[in-house]
Design a protein around this ligand. Structure first.
Ligand SMILES: [Zn+2]
Ligand SMILES: [Zn+2]
Length: 392
């Protein structure tokens, strides 16, 4: 895999940082050790400023180039881990029971650290590069918090860029698309309240289990019957809990699930459908349903111009054949969307597949592919040097 020579020389260091982060994973907004490690290394690299405190554990490194340009860009990595029990058996496996770097954010952090070290050492650009280490990508809203706490006002930048490793794309191959790339996400919570009774005497109660079953089935009609067949959306109920005894009709049933979409009006349609069906069906059985539809992440939408700039940098690193189109977006969600909502930019996938059966992100056997560390770091460095090119 072609990479910048100077960055290839950091491969062993980036791997060591990555394994250290992997062995010590921390959940969203609790990345204290990770944040301290990032701050320490950025200081060691001689970046101009290390700013802490955004979104509790977030870190922004400021690297100024040569010359007097006031132009600036942001490069973002995520730092948090997932509540998963690791099953890799690796020597550097998680030392925190029940917590695991199963999405490769350890690798993302190590790649951006490698790029920061290179940029601080070479400064072959004119302007400012902000290296943004974001906490809590996995659902706790770290990107949203950083934006709300002034990321783009305290660090004015033209564009912001994000990168994620992707185990189903060949290692070292980049892919992204302009426009929507990943979906908006909501968490659905439905509590159905009936009336408890003896299991042998359902006539004495209102069975919330039967009501919940009707609701789960009916919710599938929203995408099938209410959504334009050429639009995309998902409604999934992933969790149902209610009752304990085989002969007891419980008082209530709780269900949890997710909805996904791209266009804001589609999100409104899905929400209205979930509310209408859950409350309407419950009422028709004499029960009640309380519905929460919590929108946690907007759609990840790439700016076309920033996307072309990202592709140019990726082609310079990986070659034309290893920058491939992404014909369709995915229904997965990504909280970098909050940054792209506030600032034009691009989010790109860097392939990480070791073979056809490499475990996917969020799997307990997943492990970030260290071979792509210098590729990702070279992409970041090239992007900075191309976008903030020195005159002459
Ligand atoms: Zn993830
Ligand atoms: Zn991730």
């Amino acid at each position: 895999m072609p990479v910048l020579n100077r960055i290839a020389a950091f491969h062993a260091d980036m791997t060591a940082w990555r394994h250290d982060l992997h062995a010590n994973p921390e959940l969203g907004l609790q990345e204290k050790r990770t944040s301290a490690l990032v701050q320490g290394l950025l200081t060691e690299f001689g970046v101009d400023e290390v700013v802490t405190g955004l979104a509790r554990t977030g870190v922004v490194g400021v690297i100024r180039g040569r010359g007097t340009s006031r132009r600036a860009i942001g490069l973002r990595a995520d730092m948090d881990a997932l509540p998963i029990e690791e099953a890799t058996g690796l020597p550097y496996a998680s030392r925190n029971p029940g917590v695991m770097h199963a999405c490769g954010h350890d690798g993302h952090t190590a790649m951006l650290l490698g790029a920061a070290r290179y940029l601080a050492e070479t400064r072959n650009f004119d302007g400012t590069v902000y290296v943004i280490f974001q906490p809590a990508e996995e659902g706790a809203g770290g990107a949203d918090l950083m934006v709300r706490e002034g990321l783009f006002t305290r660090f004015p930048m033209e564009r912001v860029f994000g990168l994620h490793n992707w185990p189903s794309v060949p290692a070292g191959t980049f892919t992204c698309r302009e426009g929507p790339m990943m979906a908006a996400v909501a968490v659905i919570e439905i509590t159905v309240t009936g009336k408890g009774a003896h299991g042998a005497h359902p006539d004495h109660g209102i069975d919330p289990v039967v009501v919940a079953a009707q609701i789960v089935t009916a919710l599938q009609s929203i995408v099938a019957r209410n959504l334009d067949a050429l639009d995309s959306g998902v409604v999934t109920i992933g969790h149902i809990i209610g009752g304990q005894g085989f002969n007891v009709i419980p008082e209530s049933v709780f269900m949890k699930g997710t909805a996904r979409w791209f266009k804001p009006e589609t999100g409104d349609l899905l929400e209205a459908g979930v509310r209408r069906l859950a409350t309407g069906i419950a009422a028709s059985f004499g029960a009640a349903a309380e519905v929460k539809f919590l929108r946690i992440v907007p759609a990840t939408v790439n700016d076309p111009e920033a996307t072309e700039l990202a592709r140019r940098a990726a082609r310079a690193v990986a070659g034309d054949a290893h920058v491939i189109p992404m014909p369709a977006p995915t229904m997965g969600g990504e909280d970098f969307a909050f940054m792209l909502n506030a600032k034009q930019g691009n989010y790109i996938w860097l392939g990480a597949a070791r073979g056809p059966h490499d475990p996917m992100v969020h799997h307990p056997a997943y492990d970030f592919n260290d071979e792509i560390l210098p590729v990702g770091a070279s992409y970041w460095a090239t992007l900075a040097e191309q976008l903030l090119a020195r005159a002459g």
